[in-house]
Design a protein around this ligand. Structure first.
Ligand SMILES: NC(=O)c1ccc[n+]([C@@H]2O[C@H](COP(=O)([O-])OP(=O)(O)OC[C@H]3O[C@@H](n4cnc5c(N)ncnc54)[C@H](O)[C@@H]3O)[C@@H](O)[C@H]2O)c1
Length: 438
């Protein structure tokens, strides 16, 4: 049967971008979009802005830009709003984050100064290292969720928005195990009313977004929407969701290099990663409870890519260690070191060393932009629930029960582009290519 594509509603009107957490990543994203709109900087790192997609046979030479192929919201249509526990406006917060230079920040100051955070849903039980004054109060978590919904409605009305998307850019919360309260929508709603400790603030925002049919992406490793109650709610409301934990820095490198080593059947004894960073994220991760959430997210990647159960001669019992050190002098300019112990023909050992001097928020900002635009597209295409095709952007991609997540960056990219081809009724590309030799 020939696939004719799906009906895609066009992106008319303004798109509101709701962000819990106006810190380094989100202010770099917002200021960056404003700078790009002013044409004083380029959207480097963004697939929606710079990427292309091949269509049909290689001989057809049809390679449009992704943004010309699928109807994405324009950067001019984006309106930003957010919550934070500190009262700093977006400009002040960006200055404190110290990611962007003065020349970029001053150029967009009038636009970003206007963005003042609403009071946050917050409790130190989930982020021990932070304490701020700009926090909501309510008799229970359900009431806090209703206050978030009120903020959203106010924002929608004031800015005459046609659609909204929410991306969690708040701090990493303490490690939470899936519990009975996450098992169904009813149990979750009861938990909100009973102030159940297994419901974290990020879940309160996610619940509020989903009740309003607003697509939700989770940029941190917290459970958040990755629980049956909220994935069910997303299905029920016909709303797309995705997560967890933006794939940047060392994990990005892992998902580029590990598939390459595996594809050549090279063995691995161990991979040791350590890094220093000095931003607020680093400070939060200095707390063992928050670090545990991050560690789980970072550790799962190699096992899933290398599949030791399928390749015991190559990957059985390899050692994988991840360390993060909070080191204030570095600010957002993280430095990571990786030592990879590999072996080749007849088991002869070799080593690879990677020293990545990266900028965390510079790598994360284009991911936020792409997620906003792709989630909005998904909503307009009638897609609902977990969006596995957006795994490309995450360290711990959400996936259906019973499946393992796909971590290989190149498979993830193929899946993303094939999803776009599918939506538009173009042939999927298998890379078989026998027809060229018939
Ligand atoms: N930068 C990266 O490369 C990267 C990669 C993957 C994941 N992340 C995750 O993205 C998140 C943001 O990173 P960042 O570098 O911007 O951190 P950040 O500390 O600069 O910003 C986080 C902001 O969230 C606020 N916050 C915390 N709890 C909140 C709540 N309940 N409601 C509203 N605001 C809240 C904090 O006050 C802070 O301003 C972190 O969870 C981080 O782990 C970042």
């Amino acid at each position: 049967m020939i696939q004719k594509g799906v009906k895609i509603e066009l992106p008319s009107g303004k798109l509101g971008v709701l962000i819990p957490g106006l810190g380094a990543v989100s202010t770099t994203f917002i200021a960056g979009v404003e700078a790009i709109k002013k044409k004083i900087a380029l959207p480097v790192g963004s697939l929606t802005q710079l990427g292309t997609i091949r269509l049909g046979k290689r001989t057809e030479r049809r390679v449009p830009k992704i943004q010309d192929f699928v109807p994405l919201a324009s950067l001019d249509s984006l309106v930003f709003g957010g919550w934070d526990i500190y009262g700093d406006n977006c400009y002040e917060s960006a200055v404190k984050a110290g990611v962007l230079d003065k020349v970029h920040l001053e150029a967009v100051r009038p636009q970003i100064e206007k963005i003042k955070p609403w009071r946050a849903v917050f409790s130190q039980d989930y982020v021990k290292r932070l304490q701020g004054p700009n926090v909501k109060s309510g008799k229970n978590k359900m009431e806090l969720a209703e206050q978030v919904m009120d903020d959203i409605e106010q924002f929608r009305k004031t800015n005459k928005l046609s659609r909204l998307v929410m991306v969690w850019c708040g701090s990493t919360e303490a490690y939470l195990k899936p519990a009975a309260v996450h098992g169904s929508i009813q149990a979750f709603e009861k938990g909100l009313r009973d102030n159940d400790p297994s419901i974290s603030p990020s879940m309160v925002y996610a619940y509020a977004a989903l009740c309003k049919r607003i697509p939700f992406a989770n940029g941190a490793p917290n459970l958040t929407v990755d629980v049956p109650a909220l994935t069910e709610l997303a299905q029920e409301k016909g709303t797309p969701i995705c997560g967890k934990d933006f794939k940047t820095g060392q994990t990005l490198m892992k998902t580029i290099i590990a598939p390459g080593l595996k594809s050549r059947m090279l063995g691995m004894n161990g991979w040791f990663s350590t890094n220093i960073l000095g931003n607020r994220d680093g400070e939060v991760l200095d707390d063992p409870d928050s670090f545990k959430t991050k560690e789980e997210s970072k550790l799962s990647v190699l096992d899933q890519i290398l599949q030791p159960e399928l390749y015991p001669d190559l990957y059985k019992n390899f050692t994988h260690k991840v360390r993060i050190h909070y080191y204030p002098p570095r600010g957002d300019n993280k430095e990571g070191w990786d030592n990879i112990d590999i072996y080749g023909w007849l088991g002869y050992p070799m080593q690879i060393k990677i020293n990545f001097l990266c900028r965390d928020s510079i790598l994360a900002a284009p991911i936020v932009l792409d997620l906003v635009l792709f989630l909005d597209l998904a909503q307009r295409c009638g897609m609902r629930g977990i969006q596995e095709w957006l795994s490309f952007y995450f360290k711990s991609p959400m996936h259906a029960t019973g499946l393992y997540p796909e971590h290989d960056l190149f498979i993830q990219l193929m899946k993303l582009k094939n999803t776009l081809r599918y939506l538009k009724g173009e042939d999927l590309i298998t890379h078989l290519g026998m027809e060229y030799y018939d």
